[in-house]
Write a protein that binds this ligand. Structure first.
Ligand code: 5RP
Length: 219
């Protein structure tokens, strides 16, 4: 099976967690895009979705799924999204698609985070994938210097402006042994909007696409 077939398998497998009559939290990326395709098949049974990016909003609307502003929603049962890496503690690196801040906000509101990922995203220790950090543009150099002090090698993601008008630094050379501590440390730097470590609030359920089928891991 190709990687995209594995992503499709988990995107469709997540449909079983969608409760009729609810608003569904929807993530960003190629795996989440498969979930949106699947969700469209039951669009008349759900109220709609809240989206973590302009790209997902466009796709949801194109498929006829109503998109709500998160501020209109006081209860969100699930948030379904991909990941760049996931460890056995269900902590993740996210933000490869630059949508980390909105992803973290929607995930914070949801009762359950359902991570959908192909098996290549499973790691023992987070950090092989460069850690995305969304930064206010004027703080780029300062935050970069602080990330070097933490042992990282930050790289400015060229030609990318986030949906919030900010820039992304991708931090290489990290072996993240204490993801919660690093998430707190980086989030506390002035100028950082969000770090793409989802450790304090990790996934509750992971659907992992393998050549032998979809593996379900529950916290
Ligand atoms: C976007 C994300 C994505 O979930 C992550 O990059 C995985 O993407 P894909 O499903 O395309 O492999 O965090 O900001």
């Amino acid at each position: 099976m190709t990687q995209d077939e594995l992503k499709k398998a988990v995107g469709w497998a997540a449909l079983k967690y969608v409760q009729p009559g609810t608003v569904v939290g929807v993530g960003t990326g190629s795996t989440a895009a498969h979930f949106i395709d699947a969700l469209a098949t039951m669009k008349h049974q759900i109220e709609g979705a809240v989206s973590s990016s302009e790209a997902s909003t466009l796709k949801l609307k194109a498929l006829g799924i109503p998109v709500f502003d998160l501020n209109e929603i006081d209860d969100l049962s699930i948030y379904v999204d991909g990941a760049d890496e996931i460890n056995p503690q269900m902590q993740m690196i996210k933000g490869g698609g630059a949508a980390l801040t909105r992803e973290k906000i929607v995930a914070a509101v949801a009762h359950k985070f359902i991570c959908i990922a192909d098996a290549s995203k499973e790691v023992d220790v987070l950090g092989r994938f460069p850690l995305p950090v969304e930064v206010i543009p004027m703080a780029r150099a300062y935050v970069g210097r602080e990330l070097v002090k933490l042992g990282g090698l930050p790289e400015y993601r060229q030609h990318v402006v986030t949906d919030n008008g900010n820039i992304i630094l991708d931090v290489h050379n990290l072996r993240i042994l204490d993801p919660i501590a690093l998430e707190r440390t980086i989030n506390a730097l002035p100028g950082v909007v969000t770090v793409g470590l989802f450790a304090t609030r990790g996934a509750d359920i992971a659907l992992i696409g393998t050549p032998d089928g979809v593996k379900t891991i529950e916290k």
